[in-house]
Design a protein around this ligand. Structure first.
Ligand SMILES: Cc1cc2nc3c(=O)[nH]c(=O)nc-3n(C[C@H](O)[C@H](O)[C@H](O)COP(=O)(O)OP(=O)(O)OC[C@H]3O[C@@H](n4cnc5c(N)ncnc54)[C@H](O)[C@@H]3O)c2cc1C
Length: 320
């Protein structure tokens, strides 16, 4: 099957998006990357990344579990360009599932299809993710397919549908509220009884396909979460936005949607007190907790979400 083409140009975005745009654009430049590769972990990347090794990450997952939180993990990385690399990633994820089972952690796995070979061949990515989903099923575990930039949304949803229609039910995918297309994607997935994670969206997308204004992204998120919950999906409400979290709690209460139909998800290092408060209120809260040496693009997306995080890094720089 044909390779998937990715957009590499930076599209025009309105002024209100300038800091976000600048950070995401810098993510593709060599100089900041070289600097961050060298100093980033010490400067603060460790706030968002649970170490560079699996064993370190497993200890972090155990700590989250001890605090009453669920977790998922992933080896950071994306856009692999050779079959050999994709094979290594598959082997590492297989080990992750085994180690989670051995340590009896309440944690599942998240994967990116471009990390499993999607840019080389759709069939390769499908075979790799199917093997992981089957391996997870044997261990009573679950695999979430992350959603990447808009260039791979169609193929990601195609692979997810294929896995589900072949009878695998321990697999979920992600929808992004900033994309205009998402209400239709959601409608078409609902007959599968899907397990969905709903996010606002973390990539730089042009205004022709994604809402440029945050208020519109937030409104779309609210509509989509209502559509998913009333449409019978299991929903992971993946946001740190307290207004949307409280809306979910009210909405599910009014509509008699029980707590086994949804969960909250947040990122490791972001709003940890809110994570614990929701767990203390009896809600399921999962903390997405990645690890690995390839943390640079992930960190840049976290900085772009909240440019104030840059100050945190700069403060660490001068504190030494
Ligand atoms: C579990 C999980 C999985 C995700 N998976 C994907 C995915 O597969 N594909 C994808 O495109 N995106 C993914 N995202 C990222 C998502 O798209 C958003 O970019 C991110 O969640 C920030 O948006 P928000 O919903 O928290 O709302 P915002 O309105 O951006 O933030 C709400 C509040 O949360 C806090 N906050 C948010 N982000 C940060 C941060 N980085 N640092 C510090 N504080 C912050 C701030 O207090 C902010 O005011 C995921 C997010 C989560 C939580």
């Amino acid at each position: 099957m044909a390779c998937v083409k990715i957009a590499t140009s930076v599209p025009d975005l309105p002024l209100s998006n300038l800091p976000r745009k600048a950070i995401l654009a810098a993510a593709t430049h060599r100089a900041p990357r070289a600097f961050m590769d060298r100093y980033g972990m010490r400067l603060g990347a460790a706030r968002f990344v649970a170490g560079e090794t699996l064993e370190h990450c497993l200890d972090v997952l155990a700590g989250l579990n001890a605090d009453g939180l669920y977790a998922n993990t992933t080896l950071l990385g994306e856009d692999v360009e050779s079959r050999g690399e994709a094979e290594q990633v598959l082997a590492e994820f297989t080990t992750v599932l085994d180690r989670i089972a051995e340590r009896k952690l309440r944690a599942n796995l998240a994967v990116k299809l471009t990390h499993l070979g999607l840019l080389i061949d759709e069939e390769l990515a499908y075979a790799n993710v199917a093997a992981l989903v089957d391996h997870a099923a044997e261990r009573g575990n679950f695999v979430r397919i992350d959603m990447e930039h808009s260039g791979v949304v169609d193929v990601t949803l195609r692979i997810y549908r294929r896995l589900r229609t072949e009878g695998r039910d321990n697999v979920g995918c992600v929808l992004q509220s900033y994309l205009y297309r998402t209400p239709e994607d959601l409608e078409s997935l609902l007959p599968l009884g899907p397990n969905l994670r709903l996010v606002k969206g973390a990539y730089l997308e042009p205004p022709g396909i994604a809402y440029p204004q945050k208020a519109d992204v937030d409104d779309a998120y609210r509509r989509l979460l209502e559509q998913a919950l009333t449409g019978g999906a299991y929903l992971a409400v993946a946001t740190h936005d307290e207004t949307l979290i409280e809306h979910t709690i009210r909405f599910t209460g009014v509509h008699g949607i029980t707590r086994d139909r949804f969960e909250f998800q947040m990122l490791y290092g972001v709003r940890p007190q809110l994570q614990r408060d929701l767990a203390a209120r009896g809600f399921k809260v999962l903390v997405a907790t990645p690890y690995g040496p390839e943390w640079y693009p992930y960190l840049m997306r976290r900085l772009a979400e909240r440019p104030a995080n840059l100050l945190f890094l700069v403060r660490n720089l001068f504190a030494r």
